[in-house]
Design a protein. Structure first.
Length: 239
């Protein structure tokens, strides 16, 4: 039976690339989405082999737990989870509203707890190796203008992942972060790309597939002795 990996926020962009790459590596993918059912279906169509979709808002704790528990009961505990879903609401700090702060922290940071916490004990009870990969950001390492809320949430994810890695290491369940820099997705189309390229030593934006390859490696058997790490995929931006 194929090992199962849940990928949150997989209806487009980096999440879709991760889901497709992992499916090509031989995993059965659970494609999570919030609103874009058509996009999630397209991701599943692009995936190799069997899979399924799940819908929930990662910020809604009870709904997340209910959906995940039901899926595990019907199928089986997951081998891995890739926490990719998240939001950004950028504004300079003096102009940032409380609602913008709360939405980003609640979704990105609380969402990690909401998704991963119900999955941990089922993964432990498998008595087999497992993988947890958290998508953070170089903004969580270096900070970024106009993203105090986003940077705080991503830095918090790094701390949470490192702590969880300590708790699960003896269970052969690794916990690592992948921190993308500027990646060419729908979210970067409105940026002044040429100006940003000057800041990146590689002089280009990254591709979703490049992030996906990093995630796939950390999910593989080859990465069994790698845990509590942050792998940046940023063309040298964070230094």
């Amino acid at each position: 039976m194929l090992e199962t990996v849940l990928v949150t926020g997989a209806s487009r962009g980096i999440g879709r690339a991760i889901a497709v790459e992992l499916s090509q590596q031989g995993y059965q993918i659970v494609v999570h989405y919030v609103r874009d059912a058509e996009g999630a279906a397209e991701t599943l169509r692009q995936c190799s082999g069997a899979g399924r979709v799940l819908q929930f808002d990662i910020a809604e704790r009870e709904a997340v737990a209910s959906s995940l528990n039901a899926d595990i009961e019907e199928h089986e505990a997951y081998y891995g989870v890739v926490c990719n879903a998240g939001i950004a609401k950028d504004a300079s700090f003096p102009q940032m509203t409380g609602a913008e702060w709360d939405a980003v922290i609640h979704t990105n940071l609380d969402g990690f707890f909401n998704v991963v916490q119900p999955l941990v004990m089922p993964m432990v009870r498998r008595r087999k190796p497992g993988r947890i990969v958290v998508l953070t950001s170089v903004a969580g390492i270096t900070g970024n203008r106009g993203q105090v809320n986003y940077s705080a949430s991503k830095a918090g994810l790094i701390g949470a992942a490192k702590s969880l890695a300590l708790e699960l290491a003896k269970r052969k369940i690794t916990v690592n972060c992948v921190a993308p820099g500027l990646i060419e997705t729908d979210m970067t189309t409105e940026l002044a790309v040429d100006e940003y390229k000057k800041m990146i030593p590689a002089r280009r934006l990254g591709q979703p597939a490049e992030v996906a390859k990093a995630v796939a490696f950390l999910c593989s058997e080859d990465a069994a002795y790698i845990t509590r790490q942050v792998l940046t995929v940023d063309g040298g931006l964070s230094g």
